[in-house]
Design a binder for this molecule. Structure first.
Ligand code: 5GP
Length: 145
């Protein structure tokens, strides 16, 4: 997918926003939605997306939506670090297939990193649903605390 391709409203994140596809939701407000990555690269891998912006990437997203997504990313990174106690946390955002983007609705990755544990392969192995449910419950509880 090129950097200038048109937005496809059938992409999986657009389906999740519409409620047409499920997700392990961690956070939602009027503008932003966050949910667990089902092909996580580490325990706690979370995605943050703007809900109202039909933007593929950082080049075409409106600045207000980008800022709101960034603010929620920071808040959730704090919550994830507090709950999971990783040794580091990666925040990443990819634009265009050659840069590693596979879903063409702009999003931020929050990837906790644990010393001695390598990074899982990007968008490769599906997590156990029971583990995702348990993780979702932990993060929701921490967020509400
Ligand atoms: P990108 O490669 O575009 O930066 O990131 C897309 C992310 O979406 C990948 O990390 C991939 O694992 C994740 N992903 C792909 N399909 C789904 C899905 O159906 N549900 C969820 N929650 N994540 C998905």
């Amino acid at each position: 997918m090129s950097l200038t391709a048109a937005y496809d409203s059938q992409n999986i994140f657009a389906q999740i926003i519409r409620g047409d596809a499920p997700c392990y939701k961690i956070y939602e407000d009027e503008d932003v939605l966050a949910f667990l990555d089902v092909f996580p690269q580490s325990y706690g891998h979370t995605l943050v997306i703007p809900k109202r912006s039909a933007a593929c990437n950082i080049l075409d997203v409106d600045t207000e939506a980008l800022c709101k997504m960034a603010a929620v990313t920071q808040k959730l990174a704090q919550v994830i670090v507090a709950e999971l106690q990783p040794d580091g946390v990666q925040v990443a955002q990819f634009n265009g297939a050659p840069a590693g983007q596979t879903v063409f609705h702009i999003h931020m990755h929050i990837v906790p990193r644990f010393s001695g544990e390598g990074l899982g392969v990007h968008a490769a192995a599906k997590a156990d649903p029971a583990e995702l449910e348990q993780l979702q419950a932990r993060l929701l509880k921490r967020l509400a605390a």
